[in-house]
Design a protein around this ligand. Structure first.
Ligand code: KIV
Length: 275
């Protein structure tokens, strides 16, 4: 069954948990979709995990459209949500609507996500009024890494808690159908989830959310070294893949690949007689 914005509302009403995973290309989007995930996020995290930038700030509309197209071709049931990249919506309301529209019209996403609360509520309202479903994103907002002074847990001070609740309310009132909440403590998250009529999708926000989202590179262990505290690694696929690549190298060097079973049959005439 195709997930829609109505599925999100029904899940909030019935208490059924929602699932969201990132994907950036056709093959992985097929895997994510066929695993039964409710929604695929074409995140601007593609700046980190696909393009190798140290943050998401350099991601462009062209990058997002390119990857969203590939994901949308693969998604049969999951709702495809595409991120609006840095400076594609902050500058003005008309620019926000135009760029959100491009993610649907050219990328074939079914919804867009954008970061911020009170300060971009006008943009959310206008995008929703253009019939484009919106997911908000509050708490730790990676596009504001420089303003926030780093990737820091939010909701630790009274001021930060007040801002979080004000942002959540603003996003909901502007018409978003769900909100991603990143890196806030669980007790606060419980209160936030209970205070909203739209579903909260947490990342690093504990269990009291209406759903959970992860970047699949984290979940699969595709990166060596740093793994955020909030990630459960469901597989060590990075090790498995590296082992397979090393085995390929070793077998080619040793003349063990390709074997006879990988070769096409010789022509009936026999190659020797033809030369
Ligand atoms: O870009 C992304 O992948 C995200 C998730 C971290 C929620 O915004």
């Amino acid at each position: 069954m195709k997930t829609t914005v109505a599925t999100f509302a029904a899940a909030k009403a019935s208490g059924q948990k929602l699932t969201m995973l990132t994907a950036y290309d056709y093959s992985f989007a097929r895997l994510v979709d066929s695993a039964g995930v409710d929604s695929i996020l074409v995140g601007d995290s593609l700046g980190n995990v696909i393009l190798g930038y140290e943050d998401t700030l350099s991601v462009t509309m062209a990058d997002m459209i390119h990857h969203t197209k590939a994901v949308a071709r693969a998604a049969r049931n999951a709702l495809v949500v595409a991120d609006l990249p840095f400076l594609s919506y902050q500058v003005s309301v008309p620019k926000a609507v135009k760029n959100a529209g491009r993610l649907l019209k050219e990328g074939r996403a079914q919804a867009v996500k954008l970061e911020g609360g009170v300060f971009i509520a006008e943009q959310i309202k206008a995008i929703v009024e253009a019939s484009i479903p919106v997911v908000g994103h509050i708490g730790l907002t990676p596009q504001s890494v420089n303003a926030m002074g780093g990737f820091k847990v939010q909701g630790k001070s009274e001021e930060s808690i007040k801002r979080l609740f004000a942002d959540a309310k603003a996003v909901q009132e502007a018409g978003a159908f769900a909100v991603v909440v990143e890196c806030v403590p669980p007790t606060l998250m419980k209160k936030l989830t209970e205070s909203l009529s739209i579903p909260t999708i947490g990342i690093g926000a504990g269990p009291h959310c209406d759903g959970q989202v992860l970047v699949y590179h984290d979940l699969l262990g595709l990166f060596e070294g740093f793994s955020p505290k909030f990630v459960r690694r469901y597989a060590e696929a990075g090790d498995l893949i590296k082992k397979a690549f090393s085995q390929f190298v070793a077998e080619v060097k040793a003349g063990q690949f390709p074997g006879p079973e990988h070769c096409f049959a010789d022509p009936d005439e026999g190659v020797e007689r033809m030369y």
